[in-house]
Design a protein. Structure first.
Length: 322
């Protein structure tokens, strides 16, 4: 571990990038059929996601931005001086400037992402822009992460940062385990700033995942294109449709690929058959209430210090401390 060009350090934990081939076969063998949403994000899928954040119906990205910006002084005040930021799933590091620039004497910015190329590119360009040392860790946030010692000035405390309501993709158990690991990584006296999408009118939720332009549908259907291109799968894309709905009992949007007629997906000569209406479950996006967040956080070393929402109560920024 050593300084790396413009970066204070680059730590590569060689995260398991996932085996699309093995996971597709495993998921298609299950009943009900499912696959991890992480396979949405190839280059084209990441572009489609960026376009989703700009469609009229998809409110989370712009609402979160408004919550952070409208409450920036209070949020950064509650974090206090001398914090070093550790961003989980930093991607293009787009949501960091308001935080670094608002904090009193920020100590450092450490970007963490599973995608090595994307991470390094973003971290190096942030090193040019931010008034603090910038570092990068290539890792999977579903595995333990240990911060390297003696490569940054000792911060007053660590601030975990996890915007985008990505926590909503996880099951309750996985979310709990994630928050426990984050506390281990960030150490005692840490804080954690979490962006979460809130429960709201079902029509608004369902519209956000069924935009009129069909960008979300294309994002979902891209999984089938990837199976054909990368796994040599034999399937008829036209036999499937995008299907997204709000599951009230589970407080989550579910995305599926639904067979519009009996069909099959064949991989390695193995046929996985779909009855008409049968689905491949591709994503859960849990929606929270502040009570639910408190219940979840209670099972971890964190406690909920304060939460900020937009005037409509659609999205929350939660500040936790351990
Ligand atoms: C990136 C997981 C927050 O759940 O809203 C957007 C992904 N899926 N439209 C979300 C997504 C369909 C998004 N997250």
């Amino acid at each position: 571990i050593a300084p790396c060009g413009a970066l204070a350090f680059f730590l590569d934990l060689h995260p398991d990038q996932g085996d699309f081939h093995a996971d597709a076969i495993e998921g298609l063998s299950k009943s009900p059929k499912s696959i991890s949403p992480k396979y949405f994000y190839d280059e084209y899928g990441s572009q489609l996601f960026d376009r989703i954040t700009e469609v009229e119906e998809y409110y989370p990205t712009r609402t979160e931005k408004a919550v952070f910006e409208d409450n920036a002084a209070e949020i950064t005040g509650a974090v206090g001086p001398g914090a070093a930021i550790f961003e989980y799933g930093s991607g293009s590091s787009e949501k960091i400037e308001w935080l670094v620039n608002g904090l009193e004497k920020p100590a450092a910015y450490v970007a963490m992402d599973i995608s090595r190329e994307y991470l390094l590119e973003a971290a190096v360009s942030m090193a040019d822009v931010l008034p603090v040392p910038v570092a990068a860790i290539c890792a999977d946030f579903h595995s333990p992460i240990e911060l390297p010692k003696n490569v940054l000035p000792e911060p007053n405390h660590w601030l975990g940062y996890f915007p985008g309501s990505t926590l909503g993709n996880m099951s309750r158990d996985a979310a709990e385990a994630f928050l426990k690991r984050a506390s281990d990584t960030l150490g005692e006296g840490a804080q954690f700033l979490l962006g979460v999408d809130l429960v709201k009118d079902k029509k608004i939720l369902e519209a956000a995942y069924n935009d009129a332009e069909g960008v979300t549908a294309a994002f979902n259907m891209n999984l089938l294109t990837r199976m054909k291109a990368e796994l040599d799968a034999r399937l008829n894309i036209g036999d499937f449709e995008h299907y997204a709905f709000y599951n009230d009992a589970e407080d989550r949007i579910e995305m599926h690929l639904r067979a519009v007629r009996p069909t099959e997906i064949v991989i390695d000569g193995k046929a996985f058959s779909f009855a008409e209406g049968e689905t491949l479950h591709t994503e859960n996006s849990h929606k929270f209430t502040l009570e639910k967040i408190e219940d979840l956080v209670k099972e971890t070393p964190w406690r909920l210090e304060k939460a900020w929402t937009d005037p409509k109560g659609w999205f929350a920024a939660c500040l936790l401390s351990n």
